[in-house]
Design a protein. Structure first.
Length: 292
């Protein structure tokens, strides 16, 4: 089993963990406002059969993306646990290649994430504008990831998915990994319909896969019924060969254990064939992130 989305960190390296407490998209976070080292992560995940993982950048201080990569790579080497890294790069720089070249010095880097999600609710807002996926500079830089054989982790809300689909179409040689199954936050019938329609459009881009992760973000609990609903809808659109599991730990540790989270996800895909389940839990991640 591959965990395709997790973090380890030192509190001192993350601006949002130090200083005055600031509201976050996932609510109060006092229990994780501390170091989360590789040893604790392995104690959480290994009993559930996880044999490898993909670390996704955790917003270190500006200018320290390379330090973050080195920290994670050293933790992987020290622990002997195989970890691929999705790093941060500023894809709105006029030419991101100097950043990408520096990151490429670490051979376990397999992709880039620059969070593009914007929402009318300021607590859910990260990007400075809603339509950055349509920015020609960003599109040009993302297209360059193909030269490195890297993916782009795509984080957007439903209202931004039309622009995200345009980005994927503009970069056909780059695999895109949709974070958290499109971040369904409006659970009204209208909100679900809008998310489903936007996901349908994005699923029409063959180079986009969807990550089943972070599904407790807006509920702030491990809700097996909600996970099953999102998984069923996403699988119907993308298929098992274009879906993958990620824990989003330790964020989800705010409300659940790793064992209970995995149990909910396994239950959500229990209706699939053994081969399809294997794709969601490992095969799609290996293919998308080009893991050995």
């Amino acid at each position: 089993m591959i965990d395709a989305h997790f973090h380890i960190w030192r509190q001192a390296d993350l601006p949002w963990l130090v200083g005055p407490m600031q509201p976050r998209i996932f609510g109060p976070y006092e229990p994780i406002r501390r170091d989360y080292p590789i040893e604790e992560y392995l104690a959480d995940c290994r009993p559930e059969g996880v044999t490898g993982a993909v670390y996704v950048q955790a917003n270190w201080a500006p200018g320290r993306a390379l330090d973050e990569v080195r920290f994670v790579a050293e933790a992987a080497r020290r622990s002997g646990f195989p970890i691929a890294i999705v790093a941060y790069a500023d894809m709105l720089a006029e030419d991101a290649r100097p950043q990408l070249d520096a990151l490429a010095a670490e051979p376990t880097v397999c992709g880039v994430r620059m969070q593009l999600h914007w929402h009318e609710n300021p607590l859910y807002r990260f990007a400075r504008a809603p339509d950055l996926a349509r920015d020609p500079v960003l599109q040009r830089n993302v297209a360059r990831l193909a030269d490195y054989r890297w993916s782009f982790d795509l984080q957007v809300f439903a209202g931004q998915m039309a622009g995200a689909a345009e980005l994927a179409a503009a970069c056909p040689d780059v695999p895109f990994v949709l974070q958290h199954a499109g971040m369904l936050e409006d659970l009204t019938p209208g909100g679900i319909d809008a998310w489903r329609a936007a996901m349908t459009d994005l699923a029409g881009r063959p180079n986009v896969v969807s990550k089943l992760s972070g599904l407790g973000t807006f509920l702030r609990r491990n809700d097996a019924a909600h996970i099953a609903f999102v998984a069923r809808e996403t699988l119907a659109l993308f298929g098992a060969e274009r879906c993958l599991f990620g824990s989003n730990f330790p964020i989800e540790k705010l409300w659940t254990s790793y064992a209970d989270l995995v149990a909910a996800h396994r239950a959500a895909i229990a209706h699939l064939s053994p081969d399809e389940r294997a794709r969601v839990l490992e095969g799609t991640a290996r293919k998308t992130y080009r893991l050995a």
